[in-house]
Design a binder for this molecule. Structure first.
Ligand code: PGA
Length: 305
């Protein structure tokens, strides 16, 4: 049997069935009432069945009409899912992605974005690299699509999804006396050394301070630098030791200008998180980037190392 039913007829039928009224369906669909009656008549002829009983001024679905109503609704649902899916594909190809990352995450975020953009060359993006304070401000204003950060904020209502480990280690530069000594340290022994540290508000710095405080220790000498680049320069120049994320020092380790010191209880095992405000409706591009980072982020970053 081949049915000659149109989507337009289904839509009119659903509206009439829903309202139990030709008049109300006509209003809803911005049609005249005879146009609605005509669509239903044609549909009934195609099916070879009456869909409505007319009792006085009222109309009721027949048994066949009730069954057909279920089928029709299921077709409409599938159609609207297909529409959403098509919009989503269009969206991914044309959208804009607004990402904010903690400064340490910049060491791998650019590589992740580059791979994502290769797959979706039409999308545009902005990447803001900033400290934790500014990052929390923009999260609280719900500005970015997604944030990549270490410790998710406790005071904001956010969704935070861990996607990769972020080990923190202590490094020494080639101009430092400890560079060539194969010694294992305890936290007590290493805290006597001179350290260069990140600025207040840095997630790395907070984790480092917590590590020593938990052991009743406090670092003595402090020289403060506002970025990982500056920290690495200072350590290479022999100004002191530093605690950094392993993700920031791959090139320096390969070039053998920095070395990771062996210290008991290190590395500190932290996680990188994808974060966004709870209840935020992610755009198709943002949702696709989120999936990409969760599924492939960790393995792509290890390859870059
Ligand atoms: P950073 O890193 O703030 O030290 O750059 C982010 C984090 O580790 O939380």
């Amino acid at each position: 049997m081949s049915l000659n039913v149109t989507f337009r007829q289904l839509r009119v039928f659903e509206s009439v069935a829903h309202h139990s009224s030709f008049t109300r369906a006509a209003e809803e669909l911005h049609l005249t009432q005879p146009a609605v009656s005509m669509q239903i008549k044609q549909l009934e002829e195609s099916l070879g069945l009456a869909l409505f009983d007319h009792l006085g001024k009222k109309i009721f679905l027949t048994d066949a009409g009730s069954e057909f109503f279920k089928t029709s609704r299921s077709i409409s649902r599938q159609l609207s899912e297909a529409e959403e899916f098509i919009e989503e594909i269009k969206g991914i190809h044309q959208g804009h992605l607004n990402i904010v990352v903690a400064s340490t995450a910049n060491s791998f975020a650019t590589n992740l974005l580059a791979t994502f953009i290769q797959r979706h060359p039409e999308i545009t993006f902005s990447l803001d690299v900033t400290n934790r304070q500014r990052l929390l401000e923009s999260l609280s204003a719900n500005e970015p699509d997604l944030v990549i950060m270490g410790q998710p904020p406790e005071k904001l209502d956010v969704v935070a999804e861990a996607f990769m480990e972020n080990p923190l280690v202590i490094v020494v530069g080639k101009n430092h006396s400890l560079f060539r000594k194969e010694i294992s340290f305890t936290p007590e022994k290493i805290q006597k050394e001179r350290f260069v540290v990140r600025e207040q508000g840095s997630g790395t710095r907070t984790a480092m301070e917590r590590f020593f405080e938990e052991r009743g220790l406090q670092l003595e000498t402090r020289m403060e630098f506002g970025s990982n680049e500056a920290i690495k320069q200072a350590v290479q120049a022999g100004l002191g030791l530093a605690m950094v994320s392993i993700h920031t020092i791959q090139l320096e380790l390969e070039a053998k200008v920095l070395r990771v010191l062996e210290v008991k209880d290190l590395p500190i095992q932290r996680q990188w998180h994808l974060v966004y405000r709870k209840g935020k409706r992610l755009s198709p591009v943002a949702e696709s980037f989120r999936q990409f980072v969760l599924d492939e982020g960790s393995s792509l970053v290890s390859e870059v190392r």
